[in-house]
Design a protein around this ligand. Structure first.
Ligand code: ZN
Length: 243
C-alpha cells in the first residue's frame, strides 16, 4: 500500500474504517470478507475520442467502489472495482436524467485515441474526453457510462444510473462502455477485455442490466467505424452479441 498520489485499496473493519479515513490521500474501501488488496497501477499512454477528441491534464489518486461477486459456475470470487469520478478529476455534470432500468443494451466503443496504460495517462485522457464532450459537443457530461484502460482499470463515466450520450437513439436503454485507445488493428489487452465481462456480470447481479441483455458494437447502431475492426471482431465472440 502506498500513500499519497498512488492508489491504494485496503479492507478494514467498520470500526477501523471510521478512524482511518484520509479522503484526500487514499480512499479506504468498504470491508470485503475475502477480497485481497488490489492494485491497479500498471502501464501507459493517452486517450482521445471514440469518434471524438480529447485533451490534457494530470494527477490521480486511488480508491473506489468494490463489489464482490460469487461466480456460481466456477466458484470464484470476482471483484469489480470502479474508479469513481472524483478520482479522475471529473467535472460535475450540468444536468442528468435516469436510465430505463434494467438496461437492455451494452454498447462497446473505443476512444479512437492513444491507449492508456497508467492511471496518470487514463486520468488525462478522461478529462480530455469529458472536456470535449461538454465544451465542444455541448453535452451534459462525458458521454460514456464506463471507460476501460489497458491496465484493466474501470472508470466511472455516467455510471449505472444515468443516461449517457454515446449511441444515438439508444442512450435511454443502453450502457456505453468505451475502451481507451484505437482498436482498429489490435484488440485491447486481456486485462481490459476481461473487465468488461466482469462489468456485465456485476450489472446483471445488481439488477441494472437485463439478464438477456444485448451486446452491440457502436457500428451496429450507427454510421461509424467505432469500436475499431479488431475490437469489433472480438466482441462478436462474446455471449449476447447481436450485430
Ligand atoms: Zn463509439
Amino acid at each position: 500500500m502506498v500513500w499519497g498520489m498512488r492508489k491504494c485499496t485496503v479492507f478494514l473493519s467498520p470500526a477501523l474504517y471510521s478512524i482511518l479515513s484520509p479522503p484526500h490521500l487514499c480512499e479506504i474501501v468498504r470491508t470485503g470478507t475475502r477480497t485481497a488488496p488490489s492494485s491497479r497501477h500498471n502501464a501507459a499512454a493517452q486517450g482521445i475520442q471514440c469518434c471524438h477528441l480529447a485533451g490534457v491534464f494530470s494527477g490521480i489518486c486511488g480508491g473506489g467502489e468494490v463489489m464482490e461477486l460469487q461466480d456460481t459456475e466456477q466458484q470464484n470470487s470476482v471483484s469489480l472495482e470502479i474508479i469513481p469520478r472524483h478520482e479522475w478529476g471529473a467535472r460535475a455534470p450540468t444536468s442528468q436524467t435516469a436510465l430505463n432500468m434494467p438496461v437492455t443494451y451494452l454498447v462497446i466503443h473505443h476512444s479512437a485515441g492513444s491507449r492508456c496504460f497508467t492511471p496518470l495517462e487514463s486520468g488525462k485522457a478522461l478529462r480530455g474526453i469529458q472536456n470535449f464532450h461538454m465544451d465542444t459537443r455541448g453535452w451534459w457530461d462525458i458521454g460514456y457510462s464506463f471507460l476501460i484502460s489497458e491496465d484493466g482499470n474501470l472508470y466511472e463515466g455516467r455510471g449505472w444510473d444515468t443516461e449517457g450520450a454515446h449511441t444515438l437513439h439508444y442512450n435511454k436503454d443502453s450502457y456505453g462502455v468505451c475502451f481507451l485507445g484505437s482498436f482498429t488493428d489490435e484488440t485491447p489487452r486481456s486485462a481490459a477485455l476481461q473487465k468488461v465481462e466482469i462489468l456485465i456480470r456485476t450489472g446483471i447481479s445488481r439488477g441494472h442490466l437485463r439478464p438477456d441483455y444485448i451486446l452491440k458494437g457502436h457500428r451496429d447502431l450507427g454510421d461509424t467505424e467505432c469500436p475499431g475492426e479488431a475490437l469489433y471482431e472480438h466482441i462478436q465472440t462474446l455471449p449476447h452479441f447481436q450485430p
